[in-house]
Design a protein around this ligand. Structure first.
Ligand SMILES: Cc1cc2nc3c(=O)[nH]c(=O)nc-3n(C[C@H](O)[C@H](O)[C@H](O)COP(=O)(O)O)c2cc1C
Length: 237
């Protein structure tokens, strides 16, 4: 399996493993009670969940002059669907990315795992659980070598076990994001943004973490209005 345990020399901070494993979630068919206990409640509609900017710099400061990168990870295949399962040809996060890019001028980068995640939902849950437990940094097949001239990055991913998939850790740790404004974006079943913004806060201490946006995966196509509101709220449009 093409994964790398996160080496000590590559570990800038303690947080990632503890916060990643701190959640309890593996969404089983009967797993909603456990999810509700461990995460922010979700109303079932696409209400954006925002986090207050955690750093003092105005997160919209660079929006006028800087270029925007929309980097995302998304998995097609068997997935959670209102307590059951469905097969997604296009991952929910990728659907949301399409909605964002139709509203916003940005460069887009799809984060591809060198060792793709299984089609099977339970196998993916299990692999993710192991990666969180072992603080793995899954190898990215197409890792960006530099952040280029972008000054804003929208980081989009599903919520996995109450946190960001470990491949998002690989992505942000491979880049110098000092001074860059990061907007966390997730799709989820019930968890909202969950622990994702705090992962980026801890892995990217010199970045500015702006208010995040989240949409429920099963209803992502209906999130356009909330997305419009959020884009205006953070000053991206
Ligand atoms: C391995 C795995 C773990 C998940 N863990 C959570 C979770 O903790 N909380 C939650 O609300 N949804 C969870 N989900 C559901 C996904 O976040 C949701 O279906 C998302 O929209 C999937 O996005 P994607 O299709 O782009 O991968 C999980 C799904 C998978 C496959």
């Amino acid at each position: 399996m093409q994964q790398t345990p996160h080496s000590q020399s590559h570990r800038p901070r303690q947080v990632s493993r503890r916060s990643a494993v701190g959640g309890t979630l593996a969404l089983g068919v009967a797993g909603l009670a456990g999810i509700a206990a461990g995460c922010a409640p979700d109303s079932g509609v696409n209400v954006p969940t925002s986090t207050a900017p955690s750093r003092t710099t105005d997160p919209t400061r660079r929006a006028a002059s800087g270029s925007v990168l929309l980097a995302y990870f998304s998995r097609s295949g068997e997935n959670y669907y209102y307590g059951d399962r469905t097969e997604l040809e296009i991952g929910n996060t990728e659907v949301l990315v399409g909605m964002i890019r139709s509203r916003l001028s940005c460069d887009v980068h799809k984060i591809e795992p060198a060792d793709p995640y299984p089609f099977d939902y339970e196998e993916t849950v299990e692999r993710n659980r192991n990666e969180q437990r072992d603080d793995v940094r899954p190898i990215i097949a197409n890792q960006l070598s530099s952040f280029g001239t972008h000054s804003i990055v929208l980081l989009a991913s599903p919520v996995w076990n109450s946190s960001a998939p470990m491949i998002m850790h690989t992505f942000v740790e491979s880049l110098d994001l000092a001074g860059v404004t990061i907007y966390p974006i997730t799709t989820h079943a019930v968890s909202g943004l969950s622990g994702v913004p705090s992962v980026y806060e801890e892995l990217c201490p010199d970045a500015i973490i702006g208010a995040g946006f989240t949409a429920r995966g099963e209803a992502v196509a209906e999130a356009g209005g909330a997305l419009d509101d959020w884009l205006r709220q953070v000053g991206l449009v």
